[in-house]
Design a protein around this ligand. Structure first.
Ligand code: SF4
Ligand code: SF4
Length: 286
């Protein structure tokens, strides 16, 4: 089973549109994973039907037993986040789950309880199984949830004998990206011709290099700033990274998103044609 992760140094480069198009072009021989757990949006384009919903617990919240509490105030004094009020009640939003209050409580009135931080889902789409998730607002540990989604997706792909695990990766270069890259055979980096696009591309290339994941580059909306497209292509050549495709600006990509469709099922315009060509190149590498 081949694992391909689609990444970009930042959001808004067209990564999810490309993932949805690849998923449609694969003709049902894949498992797809949406590892952008902070702001998932692949479900808008693949319309999954949720089969299973699972809680994701990664942090803890203190519970105060008011029958045991002697109101000594030590927990309030020691909580540097101001999360315990004068009535010895915990503010769920302000609490960081560090557990210090439970440690300092002299009468063991505080217990740290697991907290639901989000959910992950096992779903069906008309292109194959999909594993996706949503982290609750303000929760940390998105790397752990990404690892969970990726692990479940890889397990499903192996169990059902699929040829491809296609991962829509999280934006950025931090812990969630590293979790998404773990075990990948290749990374496709989607960028756009701009100074920030080049900057983010260099960072994500460095991450792929560090973890030994072979990368290739796709330049989206390459015609909106041709000079920068050339700069990116020169950088790619210097780094020995192949540019496997260029997608022109096409306003129908936005219309396709609004219609809840991947661009390749929406029309046969310039972006759709370019993506089909890129997919043919991806398949030719197997
Ligand atoms: S767990 Fe940490 S942040 Fe939360 S209330 Fe206790 S001391 Fe404050
Ligand atoms: S430290 Fe324990 S006993 Fe003291 S106020 Fe807090 S919960 Fe109550």
């Amino acid at each position: 089973m081949r694992q391909m992760v689609i990444l970009s140094g930042k959001g808004g480069t067209g990564k999810t549109s490309l993932t949805a198009s690849f998923a449609r072009l694969s003709r049902g021989k894949l498992v797809v994973a949406d590892c952008d757990v902070d702001a998932p949006d692949l479900h808008f384009l693949l319309q999954p039907k949720i089969r299973e919903t699972h809680e994701f617990q990664s942090s803890k919240l203190p519970g105060i037993d008011h029958d045991l509490c002697t109101e000594c105030g030590l927990c309030v004094e020691n909580c540097r986040f101001g999360a315990i009020d004068e009535d010895f009640c915990v503010d769920d939003i302000a609490c960081e789950g560090c557990g210090l209050c439970a440690l300092v409580c002299p009468v063991d009135a505080i217990t740290m309880n697991p907290k639901v931080s989000g959910y992950w889902y096992r779903s069906d789409t008309d292109v194959g199984p999909m594993i996706h998730a949503r982290l609750d607002f303000g929760e940390g540990n998105s790397g752990k949830l990404v690892a969970r989604v990726k692990g479940e997706a890889a397990h499903t792909a192996r169990e059902t004998g699929q040829e491809l695990l296609l991962v829509d990766g999280p934006p950025g270069t931090g812990c969630p990206v590293i979790a998404a890259l773990s075990g990948a055979d290749e990374a496709l980096l989607v960028t756009e011709p701009s100074s920030s696009g080049l900057h983010d591309l260099r960072k994500i290339l460095a991450v792929c290099g560090h973890f030994g994941v072979p990368a290739s580059i796709c330049i989206n909306r390459h015609d909106i700033y041709p000079e920068y497209t050339e700069i990116i292509e020169r950088m790619a050549e210097d780094e020995g990274v192949p540019v496997i495709g260029r997608i022109p600006y096409d306003e129908n990509v936005t219309w396709a998103q609004l219609a809840g469709k991947a661009i390749i099922e929406f029309d046969d315009g310039p972006a759709s044609t370019a993506i089909r060509r890129i997919w043919a190149g991806v398949c030719a590498k197997t």
